[in-house]
Design a protein around this ligand. Structure first.
Ligand SMILES: Nc1nc2c(c(=O)[nH]1)N[C@H]1C(S)=C(S)[C@@H](COP(=O)(O)OP(=O)(O)OC[C@H]3O[C@@H](n4cnc5c(=O)[nH]c(N)nc54)[C@H](O)[C@@H]3O)O[C@H]1N2
Ligand SMILES: Nc1nc2c(c(=O)[nH]1)N[C@H]1C(S)=C(S)[C@@H](COP(=O)(O)OP(=O)(O)OC[C@H]3O[C@@H](n4cnc5c(=O)[nH]c(N)nc54)[C@H](O)[C@@H]3O)O[C@H]1N2
Ligand SMILES: [Mo]
Length: 779
C-alpha cells in the first residue's frame, strides 16, 4: 500500500506498474482492471467530476473506490457513487430500445427493437413531420446539468433542424442556474461566481498566493448535500477546518446553519429584502471597499438609495430575520477581508430572482471580494462546448430561426434576448402547448418532442398535470434514459437506453464551462453493447438527418479531441493522462484586461464596470436597481387566504441519497430515505394532531399532495418544508397511476407564470399551505 501511495497508479508515468499500453488510466492485476475515471452521469449528478477507481473483472464492475489523487475530491465519494453497481446491474434498467403504439401511451406495452430499427423509425417520423408541418413543430426538452446538458441543446439545430430545441425546459421561469448565470452575465460580464476554494491548482490549499476566506456566506444553498454545478460541497468543511466561519441565509436550520456564526433564518422568498438590508448596513456604516467601488462599480449612489429604506427593523418586520443578527452578520462579512459567498438555487426559485441576484452580486462587489484570493472567483463565460452550441444554432435557416416560440404578448423579452441558444421560455411553452394562442397568426401546433435528460412530470414541471395533458396529444415523442420514468411511461413512443458514465467516454466540465476549474476524463470501464451515450446518439442521428454537419466527426473520441485542441491547445490524451486537467487561475483580471474581449482593464459590461445600476435591466423594462416584491402567494400578499392557508412552505432541500427524481429504485439508497418527508415543527404538528411518521396532506390554493411527517426544529412554527421529485417505481406504472407520480408531488402546489418581466425565476421555494393528517399516501 505504501508503495502505491508514493507512486500513485493514476500518474501518467510510463513506469506505472501494470499500466495498459496507451491507457495510463488503467492498471491490471490478477485479471482485475483498475480504471481511473471522473464521475458525471447517468446516473444523475452535477459536474463535480468526483475522482474514482472502478475495479472491473470480466467486464463486470466489482468495486468502487475514491481516487485519493484527484485534486478536488481527494478520495471522498458520496453514497450515490458507491451504489453504482446497483444502478448498472439493476433489473429494471433499460437495456434495449423500445417502441410502443401511440394509442398505447400510458400502457406497459413496449416492444423491444434493435438500435437500427429505432433509429429508422425516428428518422422516418422526423422526415415526415418536416414535410407535413415544418421542422419548427418539433421541440426538445431537457433537464438539469447532467452530461446531457452539453449535448441536448444541439439536438434541436443539428439533428432536428428546429428553432425550438436548445436549452428548453418544462420549467417555470427557468428556475435554476439560468437566472443566476444570466444576471451575472449582464451585471458583471462574467460566468458564474464561485467560492475560492483553491480549486484551480493541483497543489490546492498550498498554492502560493491563495488565501483561506475568513467568512463564507452561504445563501440559499446547502452545498454539503447538493455539491451543485461543479462545486464540491465538502470543501467547505476543509475551509472551516482551516479558519473559515460561516454565515447562512436559509429558512431551515441546516447543518451549516447550526455551525454558523450567524444564521439568518428568513421567510422564503424575501431574499431581496435581506440582501438590501445587508448592503444598507454596510453602506451606512462605511464598511465597503471604497477604492473598488470608486474604480470598478457603476451606479453606487442609486444602488445605495434603493437599499436605504431597508433598515434592520424593516427587514425584521418583512423577513423574520432579527435586526441585530442582520447587522452583526453584515459587519462580520464586510470587515473580515477576504471573505467569500455562494448563492444557491433558492435565489432562482422565487419570482424576485433578479432582485435577489442583484443584491448578492452587489454585496460581494462592494465588499471588494470579487476575483481576489480567498474571495469570489469569476471567469469569462466561455467553454469548449458553448461556442459549438452557437455555431450549430447558426446553421439554422434564418426563416426557421424566426419561428422560435415566444410569448404572444411580448413578455419575457430579456429571456428571449438571451436565448440565442434557442431555448423556449417554460411558461411560454406550456401556454403554446395548451393551444392558448391558437388564434394568433404566427401560431403553429407542436407535433413532436425529444426528451433528453428530464423527468418533468415528477420533478421539473410546476402543475405537472397541466404538462401531462398538454403533451398527451403530440404526434410523436422520443426519450432516452437509464430507467423507465413516469414521464416516459405517460408520453413516449420510443425510448432509447443510455449507458452510465462507467460505460462510455466523456468529458466533465464544471459549471458547464462558465467557471471551469478543470476538465476531467470519463473513461469507459465496463463495455455495454446494448446502450449508448447522449453524444453517440447525437452523432448517429445527426449523420442521418443533417449529415452535412457531421461529416468530420466519426466518434465521441474524435469529437472531444478536436474540441479540446481547438479551444485549449491540448488533446484528449492529455486529459486522460491525469486525474483532472487543472485550469489555473489569475486574480484581479479586471486590472489586467483578462475579462474583456478588447483586452482593456475592467469588466465585460457596457459600462466596463460592475453594474449596480443596470442599463440592461432597464432596457428590458425591469428596474435597474433591486426592489422588494412579495411572493404572489404569501401571508402578506394574500391576507384573504390567511386563515385557510396559515402556513408557509418551502420545497426541495436536497438529500444525499437522491438526485432529483432518480435513485428511488436503488435499494441501498432508498433504504437511507424510504419516504417523501414533510418537515414540521413539533409545536405546529401538535396543533394539528400530527405525529412523527403520520401521513400528511399538504394543500395550497392550487393543489395538494401527501408526504410523511418528520418533526424537527429545523423549521419554525410558521414554516414547513416539503421534498420534491418523488415517484414510486415499485407502484403500478400504467396510467392513471404512473408510478404514483402525482401523489407526493410538491409541484402540485406551485403556480405557473408567477414570473417577473425578465422571464426568470418562479416560486418553487415559497408559497402558502394548510396541512392535515391523513391515513395513507392515497390521502
Ligand atoms: N418543488 C421543487 N421542484 C423542483 C426543485 C425544487 O427545489 N423544488 N428543483 C428544480 C431544479 S433546481 C431542477 S434543475 C429540476 C430538475 O429536474 P430534471 O432535470 O427533470 O430531473 P429529473 O427528474 O431527475 O430527470 C432527469 C432524468 O434524466 C435521466 N438522466 C440522468 N443522467 C442522464 C444523462 O446523462 N443523460 C440523459 N439523457 N438522461 C439522464 C434521469 O434518469 C432522469 O430520469 O427540478 C426542479 N424541481
Ligand atoms: N443529492 C443531490 N444533489 C443535488 C441535487 C439533488 O437533487 N440531489 N440537485 C442538483 C440541482 S439541479 C441543483 S440546482 C442544486 C441545488 O442545490 P442548492 O443550491 O444547495 O439548493 P437546495 O438544496 O434546493 O436549497 C438550498 C437551501 O435553500 C433553502 N431555501 C429554501 N427556500 C429559500 C428561500 O426562499 N431563501 C433562501 N435564502 N433559502 C431558501 C433550503 O432550505 C435549502 O437549505 O443541487 C444539485 N445537487
Ligand atoms: Mo437545478
Amino acid at each position: 500500500m505504501d508503495s502505491e501511495k508514493s507512486s500513485p497508479v493514476n500518474e501518467a508515468s510510463p513506469s506505472c506498474k501494470n499500466a495498459i499500453p496507451g491507457k495510463p488510466y488503467i492498471t491490471e492485476e490478477d485479471g482485475v482492471m483498475k480504471v481511473r475515471t471522473c464521475a458525471w452521469s447517468p446516473p444523475g449528478d452535477h459536474p463535480v467530476g468526483c475522482g474514482m477507481f472502478l475495479y472491473v473483472k470480466d467486464n463486470k464492475l466489482v468495486k468502487v473506490e475514491g481516487d485519493p489523487d484527484n485534486p478536488i475530491t481527494q478520495g471522498r465519494l458520496c453514497p450515490r457513487c458507491l451504489a453504482l453497481d446497483e444502478v448498472i446491474y439493476h433489473k429494471d434498467r433499460l437495456q434495449h430500445p423500445m417502441v410502443r403504439d401511440r394509442a398505447d401511451r400510458g400502457k406497459d406495452k413496449w416492444k423491444r427493437v434493435s438500435w437500427d430499427e429505432a433509429y429508422d423509425l425516428i428518422e422516418s417520423r422526423v422526415r415526415q413531420i418536416w414535410k407535413d408541418y415544418g421542422a419548427e413543430t418539433i421541440f426538445t426538452l431537457t433537464g438539469t446539468g447532467r452530461e446531457s446538458t452539453l449535448y441536448a441543446p444541439v439536438y434541436g439545430p443539428a439533428v432536428l433542424n428546429t428553432c425550438n430545441g436548445s436549452s428548453t425546459y418544462a420549467f417555470s421561469g427557468e428556475a435554476c442556474y439560468g437566472p443566476r448565470a444570466t444576471i451575472t452575465n449582464y451585471l458583471l460580464g462574467a460566468g458564474v461566481p464561485e467560492i475560492d476554494f483553491a480549486q484551480y491548482w493541483e497543489d490546492r490549499y498550498d498554492h502560493p498566493g491563495w488565501e483561506c476566506p475568513k467568512y463564507i456566506l452561504v445563501w440559499g444553498k446547502d452545498p454539503l448535500y447538493s455539491s451543485p454545478d461543479g462545486f464540491f460541497g465538502p470543501s467547505i468543511i476543509d475551509l472551516m477546518k482551516m479558519r473559515s466561519k460561516i454565515i447562512t441565509i436559509d429558512p431551515r436550520l441546516t447543518w451549516l446553519g447550526a455551525h454558523a456564526e450567524y444564521h439568518l433564518q428568513l421567510r422564503p422568498g424575501t431574499d431581496a429584502a435581506v440582501g438590501m438590508g445587508l448592503c444598507n448596513v454596510i453602506i451606512k456604516e462605511g464598511l465597503y471597499d471604497h477604492d473598488f467601488v470608486d474604480r470598478w462599480t457603476y451606479g453606487f449612489e442609486e444602488f445605495a438609495k434603493a437599499c436605504e429604506p431597508w433598515t434592520p427593523e424593516r427587514v425584521e418586520e418583512v423577513t423574520w430575520v432579527p435586526a441585530q443578527t442582520l447587522v452583526a452578520a453584515a459587519r462580520a462579512f464586510a470587515t473580515n477581508s477576504p471573505s467569500t459567498a455562494t448563492w444557491g438555487v433558492a435565489l432562482d426559485q422565487s419570482k424576485a430572482s433578479t432582485q435577489a441576484a442583484q443584491c448578492f452580486l452587489a454585496l460581494v462587489a462592494i465588499c471588494g471580494y470579487l476575483d481576489v484570493p480567498g474571495g469570489v472567483t469569476i471567469t469569462k463565460p466561455t467553454s469548449f462546448i458553448g461556442q459549438w452550441r452557437y455555431d450549430m444554432m447558426d446553421t439554422l435557416d434564418p426563416q426557421m430561426a424566426a419561428k422560435h416560440i415566444v410569448d404572444r404578448d411580448g413578455k419575457y423579452a430579456l429571456f428571449n434576448a438571451g436565448a440565442a441558444m434557442g431555448g423556449v421560455q417554460g411558461d411560454t411553452l406550456l401556454n403554446w402547448l395548451e393551444g392558448k394562442w391558437s388564434d394568433n397568426k404566427h401560431y403553429y401546433k407542436l407535433r413532436m418532442c425529444w426528451i433528453i435528460g428530464t423527468n418533468p412530470l415528477a420533478c421539473m414541471a410546476d402543475q405537472p398535470k397541466r404538462w401531462y395533458d398538454a403533451m398527451k396529444d403530440l404526434d410523436f415523442v422520443v426519450a432516452q434514459d437509464i430507467f423507465m420514468t413516469p414521464t416516459i411511461m405517460a408520453l413516449a413512443d420510443v425510448v432509447l437506453p443510455l449507458s452510465t458514465f462507467a460505460e462510455h467516454e466523456g468529458l466533465v466540465t464544471p459549471n458547464y464551462g462558465r467557471n471551469q476549474h478543470f476538465i476531467g476524463a470519463m473513461n469507459e470501464a465496463v463495455h455495454n453493447d446494448n446502450t449508448k451515450s447522449d453524444l453517440e446518439i447525437l452523432i448517429d442521428m445527426g449523420k442521418r438527418l443533417r449529415p452535412e454537419l457531421w461529416k468530420d466527426v466519426d466518434s465521441p473520441d474524435d469529437f472531444f479531441d478536436q474540441k479540446l485542441k481547438d479551444n485549449y491547445g491540448y488533446g484528449l490524451d492529455d486529459v486522460k493522462a491525469v486525474p483532472a486537467k487543472m485550469a489555473g487561475y489569475e486574480y484581479r483580471k479586471y486590472e489586467t484586461g483578462g475579462f474583456r474581449e478588447d483586452g482593456k482593464p475592467g469588466f465585460n459590461t457596457s459600462t466596463g464596470r460592475v453594474e449596480l445600476w443596470s442599463p440592461v435591466l432597464q432596457s428590458f423594462g425591469e428596474s435597474p436597481v433591486p426592489y422588494f416584491e412579495e411572493p404572489e402567494y404569501s401571508p402578506v400578499s394574500r391576507p384573504d387566504l390567511r386563515f385557510e392557508y396559515p402556513l408557509v412552505y418551502t420545497t426541495g432541500g436536497r438529500h444525499i441519497s437522491m438526485f432529483h427524481s432518480e435513485h428511488r429504485q436503488i435499494g441501498s439508497l432508498r433504504a437511507m430515505h424510504p419516504d417523501p418527508l414533510v418537515t414540521i415543527n413539533p409545536a405546529t404538528a401538535e396543533k394539528y394532531g400530527i405525529q412523527e411518521g403520520d401521513w400528511v396532506e399538504i394543500a395550497s390554493p392550487l393543489g395538494s399532495m401527501v408526504q410523511k411527517a418528520h418533526l424537527t426544529n429545523e423549521v419554525n412554527e410558521k414554516l414547513i418544508h416539503v421534498e420534491h421529485a418523488w415517484w414510486f417505481p415499485e407502484q403500478d406504472g400504467e396510467a392513471p397511476n404512473l408510478y404514483g407520480v402525482f401523489k407526493a408531488n410538491a409541484n402540485n402546489l406551485i403556480p405557473h407564470e408567477s414570473v417577473s418581466v425578465t422571464g426568470y425565476g418562479a416560486p418553487y421555494k415559497n408559497g402558502i399551505c394548510k396541512i392535515r393528517k391523513v391515513d395513507s399516501l392515497e390521502g
